[in-house]
Ligand binder design. Structure first.
Ligand SMILES: [Zn+2]
Length: 82
């Protein structure tokens, strides 16, 4: 199935089944949202996605990596919130 990149809007083809792997946009490198999130998704993972999108918006693909790390840290510290 196709998953739309939340950063640049590019359609990325990913496997239909959730594999637990995180795919990145082939164009901008931002992490793609899971087509069907597995149960037990941690807030850190949610923060990672949001951080990557935010980082990419600010500093492009390199920023996405930094944002993902920061997002995971922030998300991990706010369990139960997001
Ligand atoms: Zn993209």
């Amino acid at each position: 199935m196709n998953v739309r990149c939340s950063n640049c809007g590019t359609e990325n083809a990913v496997p239909d089944k959730p594999t637990g792997l995180r795919y990145q946009c082939f164009r901008c490198g931002a992490f793609l949202p899971q087509p069907t999130p597995p149960t037990g998704e941690t807030s850190a993972a949610v923060g990672l996605i949001g951080g990557a999108a935010l980082g990419a918006a600010i500093a492009g693909p390199p920023g996405a990596l930094i944002g993902a790390i920061l997002g995971a840290i922030i998300g991990g510290q706010s369990k139960g919130v997001g």
